[in-house]
Design a protein around this ligand. Structure first.
Ligand code: DX5
Ligand code: ZN
Length: 217
């Protein structure tokens, strides 16, 4: 199957000390960073944008940075994020009437492409784009805040995709941690975002190892 990758979400970390928080979680065995960008329109919250990513980049050499763009008009920030040093640009199907145009733009900017869907969105909407993207993100909370409860009703969407695409990277995000990883793994998720469960864990290294073992077995 697909290899497991674990990416911490630093939304609930000490954002005044972002670089050290990211380093700490990378040193604990994470594979990449999942950076949550919110615009106050697509979701009712604000975080940070490309200027912060640009400052973070030199402090985290070689670290793969996925931008989770919870923004309207996601095509707007593609070049900015590429310039800032982002490796992957994951946007939401719900956020643009032209997903294909956005996908093309991201590729032209030299980044990998992720396409996400919110809990109420039917999985079938991503099918026309699967061959054009590197990853499908199935949200397991309604985006906007860290620390929300995992919505297990989203998992049939993961299973639907895994049944049809053995080698597709399928990411889950929202409420994922050691207590919910088993059901994510059972349904075929291989790219795992975990925020508050890792941030507040007293042994994040162990938690990451546990999640990796659960997905890989
Ligand atoms: C939700 C974000 C997630 C989330 C992860 O809006 O996209 O990345 O904050 O945090 P936890 O794991 O705490 O749900
Ligand atoms: Zn996210």
């Amino acid at each position: 199957g697909c290899s497991c990758r674990i990416g911490p979400s630093i939304l609930n970390a000490d954002l005044s000390d972002l670089a050290s928080e990211c380093k700490r979680l990378m040193d604990c065995g994470s594979d990449y960073l999942h950076l949550d960008v919110m615009d106050g329109h697509f979701v009712p919250n604000l975080t940070f944008g490309h200027p912060v990513v640009k400052c973070l980049r030199p402090k985290l050499p070689g670290v793969f940075m996925e931008m989770h763009m919870m923004v309207e008009k996601p095509e707007t920030w593609v070049e900015h994020m590429a310039d800032a040093g982002a490796d992957m640009y994951t946007f939401h199907y719900e956020a643009t009437p032209h997903p294909e145009r956005c996908i093309r733009k991201i590729k032209e900017a030299g980044m990998k492409v992720g396409l996400g869907i919110n809990p109420p969105t039917d999985v079938s909407v991503v099918l026309p784009y699967i061959d054009m993207v590197d990853l499908i993100l199935v949200m397991t909370v309604n985006p906007g805040f860290g620390g929300q409860a995992f919505i297990s009703e989203c998992l049939p969407k993961v299973q639907f995709l895994r049944d049809r695409y053995r080698n597709l990277d399928i990411e889950v995000d929202g409420g994922v941690g050691p207590s919910t990883i088993q059901q994510c793994a059972d349904n075929g998720a291989n790219v795992i975002v975990s925020g508050s469960a890792l941030i507040r864990h007293n042994n994040p290294r162990e938690a990451i190892q546990f999640m990796r073992n659960t997905v890989d077995e």
